[in-house]
Each structure stands twice: as C-alpha cells, then as structure tokens.
Design a protein around this ligand. Structure first.
Ligand code: ATP
Length: 247
C-alpha cells in the first residue's frame, strides 16, 4: 500500500449545510482531517453520515459551506477530476456484474486517466495484488465472496491514485466472517498514510485505527476527538447514550 501514502492531502469540511426539501440533513458540519490521518464518523442512523461523505466528493452539492483539499476549495473543480482525487467505497460494492474483476478496475483508468490497455492492466493487477486478489483478475464479481468484491471496489478506487479515501459503511453488507479481511485492508491503507474518512458501525476499528472519531447527530458533528477521549470520556449526553447502545 505504500504507493498510496505519497500523495495524500489534508481535508477540511467547513460549515456544510444540506437540506432535502424540508429535511435539514446537514446543519453546519465541520471536520478536519490532517494529511495522512484517519477520521471515523459514528452516529445514529439518519444523522447525515452518508450524506456528509457524498458532499465531500460532490456526488451531492452542499447548499452552503466548503470542502478544502490541502487548504484549497474544491468548489468549481471538474467533478470527474475531483472524484479521481477523492475515492469512495460504498456499502454495496457497485461493481459491474458483466465485467471481469480486471475490467472493473481498468475501466476508470482507461476512461478517466486515458491509460492504454497494457498500462491500465498492469496497474490494476498490481492494485489487486495489494488487496490479496491477484488470482481473481479474470473472475466475474458474482464468483467472489462479498468481502472479495469489496476489496475489488477498494482496488478500483485506489488504482486512480486518490489523495483522500471515503468509506461509507464498507463492511455493513458483509457476512461477519468476511468483515475482518476488508477492515484489514482499510487499516493497512490508513497505516500507509492515506487520508481517510470512514463512516462505520465498527467501534473496534474506530478505536484502533482512527486518529479522530467524530460523532454525528442530527446533522452536526456534536463531539470529536481522539478515540480514547470519545470512547472513555465522552462529554455530550447524546454521545454517551449512543455509546451505551452500541458498545
Ligand atoms: N437523496 C435523498 N433524498 C432525500 N432524502 C435523503 C436522501 N439521502 C438521504 N436522505 C435523508 O437524509 C437523512 C440522513 O441520511 P443519511 O443516509 O445521510 O444518514 P446516515 O447517518 O448515513 O444513516 P445510516 O447510518 O442509517 O446509513 C435521512 O433522513 C434520509 O432519509
């Protein structure tokens, strides 16, 4: 995973607001992730965690506020270019079922980075090897376990050499025995120095891997800090109640 470490940047979310009609889902979110750090976002269902991630890579335009990479606003950037810089992995792996694993990884390399076939194949194979799937390049997604499919999705995002990675409940759709392998890949990536925002229900992962844990509630980050502070010395009663329910 070392290739990923060289290019990561800091991420700042500043006062981001977003409403779906009358539903004010994000009500002034602030989050700072230094270069190479991992922020885990925890919080109750419907608090706006997924929506926050989608505003970071502009799958959704926020109504107000800004997102900065290395101190520079991404507003006005070409969305395709931004999504190469900010990779995202979803709960449902979103692989193309009719394409081989290799083609799933090379597609964006060829279309977005305009690489030739040989170069794209070589890069994709190297990335698949990093996630432990060198032998599966010619398989179809349906021939893989959910955990393997998710690792393909991670390889696909990493092949674009992102500077930030976003994970939206990447292990929530997996059978319990497959969760560890995917979390292991994510922990390796974090250790290699990738800047990451990880929305997760895996409190063990947050405790061990995060530099910052941010608790979201009703569209704001209510409390954030190092894992030991958030998990052992939570200040806000709503965070304490949430932790009582999930730990
Ligand atoms: N595209 C959309 N259109 C309208 N409402 C939406 C849309 N996406 C999300 N919402 C609403 O925004 C709110 C926050 O949803 P979001 O998925 O961000 O929460 P979450 O914290 O990630 O929840 P969970 O942990 O259950 O995934 C919910 O009320 C949801 O119904």
């Amino acid at each position: 995973m070392t290739a990923a470490s060289t290019t990561s940047v800091s991420l700042d979310v500043r006062d981001v607001h977003l409403a779906f009609g009358p539903n004010r889902v994000l009500r002034g979110v602030d989050l700072s992730v230094p270069r190479g750090a991992t922020a885990c976002v925890i919080g109750p269902s419907g608090s706006g965690k997924s929506t926050l991630l989608r505003t970071i890579n502009r799958l959704i335009e926020p109504d107000r506020g800004d997102v900065l990479l290395d101190g520079r606003s991404v507003r006005g950037d070409d969305p395709d270019a931004l999504r190469q810089r900010v990779g995202m992995v979803f709960q449902q792996f979103n692989l193309f079922p009719h394409m081989s694993v290799l083609r799933n990884v090379t597609l964006a390399l060829r279309r977005l980075r305009k690489l030739g076939e040989d170069e794209a194949d070589a890069l994709a194979r190297a990335q698949l090897e990093l996630v432990g799937l060198a032998g599966k390049a010619n398989s179809r997604p349906a021939q893989l376990s959910g955990g393997q499919q998710q690792r393909v999705a991670i390889a696909r995002a990493l092949a674009l050499r992102p500077e930030v990675m976003l994970f939206d409940e990447a292990t929530s759709a997996l059978d319990p025995e497959l969760v560890k392998g995917v979390l292991g890949v994510m922990a390796d990536l974090s250790a290699a120095g990738m800047t990451m925002v990880v929305v997760t229900h895996e409190m063990g992962f947050a405790r061990q891997v995060a530099d910052t844990v941010a608790f979201m509630d009703r569209g704001v980050v209510l409390e954030a800090g190092p894992p030991e502070a958030v998990f052992e010395r939570a200040e806000h009663p709503r965070l304490r109640r949430f932790l009582d329910q999930v730990l």
